[in-house]
Structure formats: structure tokens, C-alpha cells
Design a protein around this ligand. Structure first.
Ligand code: ADP
Ligand code: ZN
Length: 212
């Protein structure tokens, strides 16, 4: 199954994508995590992407399309994958089609802007493995330490409230039109993001037909 997790920044798509990834045994492909990894490693791509990310803008289409192409070619994507944070623009979605990638479902997690701004302030991210937590809604077992890999958790620069507002504007202008794009293809399924993470997980599993 090839799934796209779709939603505003902070809607919880990364968290839900990880859960479904474990359930189905298919990898999550997160452009945000791959870009942050490149920045951390100081690669050329990372260097050119840093200013965009820090400002809450989108990294240019050619760059992310290149990353995705290389990643989806890897063997572990053969039996399915979850895209988290890609596509984010119509040209990105068109590029995916041109690559011959078949999408089975686009799962849209709907959350209001107000709730997103509240959530982002408590978000903590593991730069080593990409896991995300929230100090209230989804805390790590030990404060400040990643459950998965033991690395230290950090606050992302782009989770700063002013930057979050910019990211929401970018989302509404450039990314939200994709709802229409995929809805016309009959692929869009919408879940209303809940206050409780596990409630969203349940609705997500129902929407994808993977309840156990
Ligand atoms: P969130 O879903 O919380 O916005 P991500 O980790 O998905 O966080 O993305 C963080 C940043 O990485 C974005 O604000 C953007 O600058 C960059 N980015 C990630 N994916 C893409 C993409 N598909 N196209 C352009 N930029 C991207
Ligand atoms: Zn980790």
C-alpha cells in the first residue's frame, strides 16, 4: 500500500505515519526528516535548504523531488511506503505521477490553525531518528530523551510561533490545493484530528481499513 499522509504542519501526520508504518511494516518517507538530516550532516543540499526551513518557507520543488526520487528507488519501498510531508505543491504531486508512482490513498488529517499554534509550542523532535513528541500530549518516557534511540530531544527552530504562522500561510496557499487535486482522483480520505493522539490513531486506522 502506498499512502500519503497529508495535513497542515503540526497536524500530527508524522506521528500517525510512524504508527501506521510499524503496523504495516512499510517505511515512512519524510522529506522534512531527510532535509533536517542533510542540514545536520552539512551536505550541499542541506546548506542550501537551511535558510528556507528556518524561515518556514518551502524548499524548492526540484530539490525535494530529487530527494524523493532517490529514496523511493530503494529496495525497502518495494512493498509500499508512507509519504509524510510530500507532495506539498501541485508540481510535486505531478512529478510523483511522472515517476510512475501509484498512490492508493491520501489520508488528510484536519486540524484548525488555532489548535496547531497551541500544539507546536510543546513539540519536541529527535534529530537523530526523526521521532516527535509533545510535552503534554505525547511525552517521551524520560523527559528530553528519545524513547526510540536515546538521543537528546530538541525544539525545532521552525516551531517558533512566528515561524509557525508563516508555515500555516504557506500551507493554505501552496499545499491545501492538493486536497482538491486528490479528491478529484477519488483518493482523499479525511480524518478530524483529535485532542487525544490515540483517538486520531483509531480514526486513522478505520479510514485506512487496518484495524486489528
Ligand atoms: P511539518 O509537517 O511540521 O511542517 P516537516 O518536517 O514536514 O514539518 O517540514 C519542515 C520543513 O521542511 C518545511 O517547512 C519545509 O521548509 C521543508 N519541507 C519538507 N517537505 C517539503 C516539501 N515536500 N517541499 C518543500 N519543502 C519541504
Ligand atoms: Zn530518536
Amino acid at each position: 500500500m502506498n499512502i500519503i499522509f497529508f495535513g497542515a504542519p503540526g497536524a500530527g501526520k508524522g506521528t500517525q505515519a510512524e504508527i501506521v508504518s510499524k503496523k504495516l511494516g512499510i517505511p515512512t518517507v519524510s522529506t522534512g526528516n531527510m532535509i533536517r538530516e542533510a542540514i545536520k550532516n552539512g551536505t550541499d543540499m542541506g546548506k542550501s535548504a537551511k535558510s528556507y526551513i528556518d524561515a518556514g518557507s518551502l524548499v524548492p520543488d526540484e530539490v525535494v523531488i530529487g530527494i524523493i526520487k532517490d529514496r523511493l528507488d530503494k529496495d525497502d519501498c518495494e512493498n509500499g511506503f508512507i509519504l509524510d510531508g510530500f507532495p506539498r505543491t501541485i508540481p510535486q504531486a505531478e512529478a510523483l505521477e511522472k515517476m510512475g508512482v501509484k498512490i492508493d490513498v491520501v489520508l488528510n488529517i484536519e486540524v484548525s490553525d488555532d489548535a496547531i499554534i497551541r500544539r507546536m509550542s510543546g513539540r519536541r523532535t529527535c534529530l537523530k531518528c526523526g521521532a516527535t513528541y509533545h510535552v503534554d500530549y505525547n511525552p517521551s518516557k524520560t523527559e528530553g530523551i528519545c524513547d526510540n534511540c536515546g538521543a537528546e530531544l530538541t525544539v525545532r527552530k521552525d516551531d517558533d510561533p512566528e515561524v509557525v504562522k508563516n508555515r500555516l500561510t504557506v500551507y493554505h496557499n501552496e499545499t491545501e490545493p492538493l486536497k482538491d487535486f486528490y479528491s478529484k482522483k477519488g483518493l482523499l480520505k479525511t480524518v478530524i484530528g483529535q485532542e487525544e493522539l490515540s483517538d486520531t490513531t483509531k480514526l486513522t486506522a478505520e479510514a485506512l481499513g487496518i484495524e486489528d
